[in-house]
Design a binder for this molecule. Structure first.
Ligand code: FE2
Length: 240
């Protein structure tokens, strides 16, 4: 579904498969780009979603991964095999994707599936600017905490500041996947010091959350929820 000019959501629980985290398609001037790419379980439907929007998956040049988890980049190897696109991810999460580590990728740990190992073409770096043409660009924000190599993407879509937060907002905390509370709080401080017009995160429906600064601040204040999702029923004002 179209989120705004040149930006589409193509994967997610309501769009492709219950295992899939949100994934986004950028219509660049010289090709298509994915921000995350869902799971092998959702791959066929994600490709169908891309085609039904009028785009050719053969035009996908690169997948930019928010972090090295099954629900976010588990389908990267399939995209790479079928469409010869490359995968870019932060260096700290690259090894688990390249080795298909069953715990660190959460493939076996949470989904009971092997993670198809995928070669990483290059590493995303904090502050890196990526231009997809004159109307859409993004900068990479390294936001460790959920995993050590988690990043967010700050998109500028024709002047609209849109944050793709991955699991840095409302993700789960587990030492088994290398989560770090201090790093995570620092990352949330980093995000709340910035301005965004809208945002989206990994496990949310297909929509743009428009009161971004306030809602990201809410997400930081309720950091305890990240340790135990059941906490949310205890808070009257809880909301995603
Ligand atoms: Fe994750």
């Amino acid at each position: 579904m179209k989120l705004m000019n040149h930006l589409y959501m193509v994967a997610g629980v309501s769009l492709s498969h219950p295992f899939d985290a949100a994934a986004y398609l950028i219509e660049g001037e010289t090709g298509l780009y994915l921000l995350d790419c869902g799971t092998p379980n959702g791959f066929t439907q994600i490709v169908e979603n891309i085609r039904s929007l009028g785009f050719a998956p053969e035009e996908i040049r690169c997948i930019y991964g928010t972090h090295g988890h099954y629900d976010h980049v588990g389908a990267a190897a399939l995209f790479r095999q079928k469409y010869s696109c490359c995968l870019m991810i932060h260096e700290e999460d690259a090894w688990q994707v390249e080795s298909g580590d069953p715990v660190r990728t959460t493939g076996e740990l949470l989904y009971g599936n092997p993670f198809p190992a995928c070669n990483v073409y290059g590493y995303l770096k904090d502050g890196e600017q990526i231009k997809f043409g004159n109307r859409i660009s993004m900068s990479v924000i390294h936001t460790p905490g959920h995993t050590r190599g988690s990043v967010c993407f700050a998109l500028d879509c024709d002047g609209y500041q849109f944050l793709v937060a991955g699991d840095t907002i409302w993700g789960g905390f587990s030492e088994q996947i290398g989560s770090d509370a201090k790093q995570w709080m620092d990352s949330l401080d980093k995000l709340t010091a910035m301005h965004f017009d809208g945002f989206s995160f990994g496990h949310v429906g297909a929509n743009v959350i428009a009161d971004a600064d306030r809602r990201i601040m809410d997400a930081k204040r309720q950091f305890g929820v990240y340790y135990n999702p059941w906490f949310k029923v205890m808070k009257e004002d809880f909301r995603y």
